[in-house]
Design a protein around this ligand. Sequence first.
Ligand SMILES: [Zn+2]
Ligand SMILES: [Zn+2]
Ligand SMILES: [Zn+2]
Length: 238
Amino acid sequence: MIACSCEVCSSEDPRDQRLRVSMHVEINGKSFIIDTGPDFRQQILRAGIRHVDAVLFTHEHKDHTAGLDDIRGFNFAQQAAIPLYAREQVINQLKREFAYAFDEHKYPGVPEIDVYEIDDQPFIVEGIEVIPILVKHYFLDVLGFRFGDFTYITDANFIADEELAKVKGTKVLVINALRKTKHISHFTLDEALEVIEKIQPERAYITHISHMMGLHAEVQRELPPRVFLAHDGLSLTI
Ligand SMILES: [Zn+2]
Ligand SMILES: [Zn+2]
Ligand SMILES: [Zn+2]
């Protein structure tokens, strides 16, 4: 956190140094990115990702979209437009924030994107079925995504039972928890643990963690078996 000197922000444990949340999913040789936050470029370079088949957006908040301009790198590398999948209100927001990428006569070098509108119904990307999970982030609708036995949900503070039913049976669940104390639009750690308890995945990972959550090593010790704090650069195989 800018201008913060708390024990987490000044920790030398790399697991306490957190960029904004995002996810790279590789499945059947296809490469998907979920969200392009302000740290997108740094994260892609760090992870050494050389190819992307599609970008999926959870919602329109800036910490999930601000890095979209850097998709240009993949345009140059792949000599192709990059498909984006998002709900209508997210697309509208992207059109406002990155208007130059949607111009009819584009300036050379601006991001080349193909936009596909999705809703809460399952859809196919590059032959892969993706099941959206519609969650609430205070009054904002956000999509989580399920790919086979893996589900990623971020920026939720409420999940209706019928949406939770779509998550049942998932082996690995990634879910957000901002901190231990109540927040208006994010699950607390206890609230996320309640969701994990209902779903009973083989493993669960907590993401979108604020510096107010506490030190990674200390919080991890308090967690139930098979529940882990995620950290930057974490790679999971399912
Ligand atoms: Zn801090
Ligand atoms: Zn958000
Ligand atoms: Zn967020």
